[in-house]
Design a protein around this ligand. Structure first.
Ligand SMILES: Cc1cc2nc3c(=O)[nH]c(=O)nc-3n(C[C@H](O)[C@H](O)[C@H](O)COP(=O)(O)OP(=O)(O)OC[C@H]3O[C@@H](n4cnc5c(N)ncnc54)[C@H](O)[C@@H]3O)c2cc1C
Length: 389
């Protein structure tokens, strides 16, 4: 399998509209650490901040192959939803309440707004549905569920600032290439181009490891079995007028997603631009999403069809222009449940991921929970989240 340099994979996946305005200062890889976290997305950064908050005397390093937010977290739609893609799970608790609590304690300001979210569909719409769009039938609001939106760029930046402020190391351009499991865990780390250090590998010895690598590095995390990595596509339009926003039924800033097919999701932004998404691209042969290029023929055609589809939803959208096109990794399990389990090869490793399109609130919530498991203060869920399921 070819290793795609992180900068190249960022170009291949396009640019999202979210701004990550925090760059961790470059630091060398230490030789030993208490807790190593692989992956600098919501899951990994939340876990790092929470670990240092609860146990400031223990050392924590986040190893990120590219830069923080390079995966789904800097490319997401930013809908904050309750529960999981599989609905509520035994012992899961209040995900949105947990997210609010984490943001409050870590003093993170990411425009969290929870006015509710629309489930939309072609059948059984609410009498008072503000949404009525043409899309393989008539799409109407079918139910209102708890939820809302965040600014994902501010959330990634805020988590990284909090983690660093609490004393975690954040090591960008450090890809974990191999893990040797034992009483201590030895991580072989490759230095990506642009890291400012000679391109030689280093080894980091850790007491415990959290794998928060989502839809890539599936061989390392053990998530390759029963999981389906995809690149999911998203777009952002130019701002529309407030009266147009009212006409299309989105003036309450409630995000929306379909409960039937063809799939469609979206959310508004404070400047009245709209983020819309749909469409999944498979990885070529090896299952490595980093090889997918959204500029290639199939994704380009998908974007062109999708733009036409959005313009056709409502006359107020007929002339809308698109400013951003991008993709991001997403990992589905057959049972739609997130994975939150011991690594198959060692009790010193924990694997967290596979949130499908339902990971914004959940990855933060379970990232903090994972920190408590690593510290031996809390148990893993017993009845869901198993790697073997
Ligand atoms: C386009 C899109 C829209 C979405 N919209 C929504 C939404 O509106 N609402 C919602 O709830 N969910 C949504 N999701 C899902 C949600 O964004 C994700 O579930 C969540 O961001 C996952 O966070 P994470 O930290 O687990 O993974 P990621 O953010 O993907 O982080 C994993 C990190 O690991 C790094 N990494 C991988 N391998 C290695 C390695 N070997 N060494 C070091 N680092 C490595 C990657 O570079 C990456 O930065 C969306 C996802 C996408 C792609």
């Amino acid at each position: 399998m070819a290793v795609i340099p992180a900068q190249e994979s960022a170009r291949r996946w396009g640019t999202s509209p979210w701004v990550i305005d925090f760059v961790p200062p470059p630091v060398p890889v230490p030789s030993e650490i208490d807790f190593a976290i692989i992956g600098g997305g919501f899951s990994g950064l939340a876990a790092a901040a929470w670990l240092r908050l609860l146990s400031p005397q223990q050392s924590v390093a986040v190893l990120e192959a590219a830069h923080i937010g390079q995966g789904a977290s800097g490319r997401t739609g930013g809908m904050a939803l309750a529960e999981s893609a599989a609905g509520d799970l035994p012992g899961l608790g209040d995900v949105l309440g947990g997210l609010k609590n984490i943001l409050g304690i870590l003093d993170i300001h990411c425009d969290l707004d929870l006015p509710g979210a629309w489930e939309i569909g072609r059948k059984g719409g609410l009498d008072h549905s503000p949404i009525s769009w043409k899309d393989s039938g008539t799409l109407r609001a079918a139910a209102e569920v708890p939820g809302g939106t965040v600014d994902p760029g501010k959330l990634v930046s805020g988590l990284a600032r909090a983690a660093l402020g609490l004393g975690a190391l954040i090591l960008e351009s450090r890809r974990v290439r191999r893990i040797h499991w034992g009483e201590r865990v030895e991580l072989e780390i490759g230095l990506e181009a642009g890291s400012g250090e000679a391109a030689v590998g280093k080894t980091l010895s850790a007491k415990k490891v959290l794998l928060a690598t989502n839809g890539t590095s599936l061989g390392l995390s053990g998530l390759h079995a029963g999981s389906h990595p995809k690149l999911t596509l998203a777009t952002q339009t130019t701002p529309i007028r407030e009266d147009q926003m009212r006409t299309i039924g989105l003036s309450q800033n409630k995000p929306f997603y379909t409960v039937d097919f063809p799939y469609l999701w979206g959310r508004t932004r404070p400047d009245c631009s709209i983020v819309w998404g749909a469409g999944l691209v498979d990885a070529p042969d090896s299952g490595d999403l980093e090889e997918v290029d959204i500029r290639s023929a199939i994704p380009s055609e998908m974007f062109a069809r999708f733009e036409k589809r959005v313009r056709g939803l409502h006359p107020a959208l007929a002339n809308i222009e698109f400013t951003h096109h991008w993709g991001g990794p997403i990992l589905f399990r057959d049972d739609w449940q997130p994975v939150f389990d011991r690594h198959p090869e060692s009790p010193n490793g924990i694997v967290l991921g596979a949130f499908a399109g339902h990971g914004v609130a959940l990855s933060n919530y379970l990232g903090a929970w994972a920190a408590e498991v690593l510290l031996g203060r809390r148990s893993l869920p017993e009845k869901w989240g198993r790697l073997s399921s």
